[in-house]
Design a protein around this ligand. Structure first.
Ligand code: TYD
Length: 205
C-alpha cells in the first residue's frame, strides 16, 4: 500500500464508532501503511478549542455550523492534506457528513448553503470511504447513559433530534452508496467489529 486514503467514521452519539477507530488503524498499519487517527470537531490546537466551545457553550445553530466548518478548514489544511500528500492513511472520527446530519438534519438548517460552504472549505476533497455506524436512537441513548459521563450539548438532545440526525445520515448513504458504507451497529462489540472489517476489506482489498 503506497497511496493513502481518507476514511471517515460517522453515526449518532452512542452508536459506538469511536471504539472501532483504533483497531481499524492497527489493521491498516499491519499492512505496512502510516495511519493518522484524528477527529472532528478538533484535530488541531485551534480545532480542539473550537470543539470545546461547540460542545459546551450555548449558541445558535448557524453559529454552530460555521464553527464546525472553521475547525474543519484548519483540520484539512494542517492535518488531512499533509498526511495524504506523504502517502499516509487518514482515519477521521467525523467530517462534513456530520454537519449535514446534525446541523441540517437535526437542527433543520438549509443543505444548499452548507453544500456551498463545504466546497469552499474542502474543494476537491471528500472521504474515499465513510463507514456509517447505524443504530436505532433508543438503543444509542441507552448505551450513552450506561457510560454515565457528563453529557455535552449534543448528548443532551432528545431522541427526536437523533431520529432526524440518523435519517439525514441514511439519506446521505442513499445519495452516495459507493462512498458511504452502512454498518449495522447493533449487537456486541465483536460482531460490529467483524462487520466493519468485512466491509473495509471489501472496499480496500
Ligand atoms: P463525538 O464525535 O460523538 O465525540 P465523543 O464520543 O467524544 O462525544 O462528539 C462530537 C459531537 O459533535 C457529536 O455530538 C456530533 C457533533 N458534531 C456536529 O454536530 N457537527 C459536526 O459537523 C461535527 C463534526 C460534530
Amino acid at each position: 500500500m503506497t497511496t493513502g486514503r481518507f476514511i471517515t467514521f460517522e453515526g449518532i452519539d452512542g452508536a459506538g464508532k469511536t471504539t472501532h477507530l483504533e483497531p481499524l488503524a492497527g489493521a491498516i498499519r499491519a499492512r505496512g501503511a502510516e495511519v493518522v487517527v484524528t477527529r472532528e470537531p478538533g484535530g488541531t490546537p485551534l480545532g480542539e478549542r473550537l470543539r470545546d466551545l461547540v460542545l459546551h457553550e450555548p449558541m445558535e445553530g448557524t453559529t454552530e455550523a460555521l464553527l464546525m466548518f472553521a475547525a474543519r478548514r484548519e483540520h484539512l489544511v494542517r492535518v488531512i492534506e499533509p498526511a495524504l500528500a506523504r502517502g499516509a492513511w487518514v482515519l477521521s472520527d467525523r467530517f462534513s457528513d456530520a454537519t449535514f446530519a446534525y446541523q441540517c438534519g437535526g437542527r433543520g438548517l438549509d443543505r444548499g448553503v452548507f453544500r456551498a460552504l463545504a466546497s469552499l472549505v474542502h474543494p476537491h476533497r471528500n472521504p474515499d470511504a465513510t463507514f456509517l455506524f447505524d443504530l436505532e436512537p433508543g438503543l444509542a441513548l441507552e448505551r450513552q447513559r450506561a457510560q454515565s459521563r457528563d453529557p455535552d450539548r449534543f448528548e443532551r438532545e432528545a431522541a427526536e433530534f437523533f431520529r432526524k440526525v440518523r435519517d439525514a445520515y441514511l439519506e446521505r448513504a442513499r445519495e452516495e452508496p459507493a462512498r458511504v458504507h452502512v454498518i449495522d451497529a447493533s449487537g456486541g462489540l465483536a460482531e460490529v467489529r467483524d462487520r466493519l472489517v468485512r466491509e473495509f476489506e471489501r472496499t480496500f482489498p
